[in-house]
Design a protein around this ligand. Structure first.
Ligand code: ADP
Ligand code: MG
Length: 152
């Protein structure tokens, strides 16, 4: 499928887009959330987690320090992971990510996953968010074939 592109003009619109895109993210899925700090990676996760009845949007917060947040829905679990503070493959391996990814009831959303080549090979979807104004974001939804060139 071709890359889909969207523009949002408020955090609320990004959350709403996350809800809509969730229909294309039925587990098992491993998703790269790509974008600068403050782009809206955590914001779009709010909508995605809500769509799976896994969390209320206000309960979805950045896993900056805890690294992994797990939100359990009736059918699936949504894992929101932030690797910003991790630097080495060795640190990555202590997280137990492989087990989380292997569980077919899990949707796994990873911020800063592009830092790790071992993960880049596994992502099935990339959601790339770019700040195009104070409250405007360009959001691209890409399937694996559309970002294969960036996998290195
Ligand atoms: P990230 O996880 O990418 O670091 P966050 O989602 O935590 O980013 O933060 C995004 C910030 O940008 C929030 O403060 C949010 O309110 C603000 N913002 C402004 N406009 C938008 C928009 N259109 N979409 C998403 N976030 C927006
Ligand atoms: Mg974040």
């Amino acid at each position: 499928m071709r890359t889909q592109e969207f523009i949002t003009r408020s955090p609320e619109e990004t959350i709403e887009l996350g809800r809509k895109l969730a229909s294309e993210l039925r587990p098992p899925r491993l998703v790269l959330l790509r974008g600068d700090l403050g782009a809206g990676k955590t914001t779009i996760t709010k909508g995605i987690a809500e769509a799976f009845d896994a969390a209320e949007q206000d309960d979805v917060t950045s896993p900056t320090f805890t690294l992994i947040h797990e939100y359990r829905g009736p059918e699936f679990s949504v894992y929101h992971i932030d690797l910003y503070r991790l630097d080495t493959q060795r640190e990555l391996e202590t997280l137990g990510l492989e087990e989380i990814i292997a569980d077919e009831r899990n949707l796994v959303l990873i911020e800063w996953g592009e830092k790790f080549p071992s993960l880049m090979q596994q992502f099935q979807v990339e959601i790339a968010i770019e700040r195009t104004g104070p409250e405007e974001r360009k959001i691209q939804f890409k399937n694996a074939a559309d970002f294969a060139d960036q996998r290195g």
